[in-house]
Design a protein around this ligand. Structure first.
Ligand code: FES
Ligand code: FES
Length: 211
């Protein structure tokens, strides 16, 4: 005989009851999360002045914007390529005050007042930089995706050698450094080419190094 004082409680009733109580318990949290999402402060912005390829620019940016995204998305200089966006491929190499950097690893706000040179600033189709000419002559690219970074890196590499900045393979740290094949390969090792144009790139660089 059933006890009529108590309602029969089935498994279905139990599940419905616990779902309802979970919704009631979570509702304030969900509302709070939604409100804090809506009220989140906008990301901090900052004005940055820099000279790119000889032209002054002033851009207002989210402070987390990389130099690479500034060049490509804000200044429409899309010659500089985004490969890995993690500092591993060298496709984004540009020169800052004459020194090569991976622009994906550098925040634009770090470059207030700096002079940036991208592939667009080295030469034009009608007036190629000697390194660009040498790449064409020696077939230093296939798909070309890595090429802007390779060329910027190659130009800066020869300058590093000329200034006597040693690398891991430099034998004599006191004398002038010769632009040997090994020196160039070591210094260009951060620039990855999926097409494998390495030998031709080294040939192009040798030609420019020899003048
Ligand atoms: S995109 Fe910067 S190193 Fe690959
Ligand atoms: S030429 Fe294709 S990745 Fe280098």
């Amino acid at each position: 005989m059933t006890n009529s004082k108590f309602l029969p409680l089935t498994r279905r009733h139990m599940l419905a009851a616990s779902a309802a109580s979970a919704a009631v318990v979570n509702a304030p949290h969900a509302a709070l999360a939604q409100r804090s999402r809506n009220e989140a402060a906008p990301p901090p912005q900052m004005k940055v002045k820099m000279k790119v390829n000889g032209k002054p620019h002033e851009v207002e940016l989210d402070t987390r914007t990389t130099l690479l995204d500034t060049l490509r998305e804000h200044l429409q200089l899309t010659g500089t390529k985004k490969g890995c966006d993690h500092g591993q491929c060298g496709a984004c190499t540009v020169m800052v005050n004459g020194t090569r950097v991976n622009s994906c690893l550098s925040l634009a706000v770090m470059h207030e007042g700096d002079e940036v040179t991208t592939i667009e600033g080295l030469g034009t189709p009608d007036d190629l930089h000697p390194m660009q000419e040498a790449f064409v002559k020696h077939d230093g690219y296939q798909c070309g995706y890595c090429t802007p970074g390779q060329i910027c890196s190659a130009v800066a590499t020869l300058e590093e050698i000329r200034k006597g900045i040693p690398s891991h393979v430099t034998g004599d740290l006191t004398g002038a450094i010769a632009p040997t094949n090994m020196e160039m390969r070591e210094r260009m090792s951060g620039n990855i080419c999926r097409c494998g144009a390495y030998s031709n790139i080294a040939d192009a660089m040798s030609e420019v190094a020899e003048g």
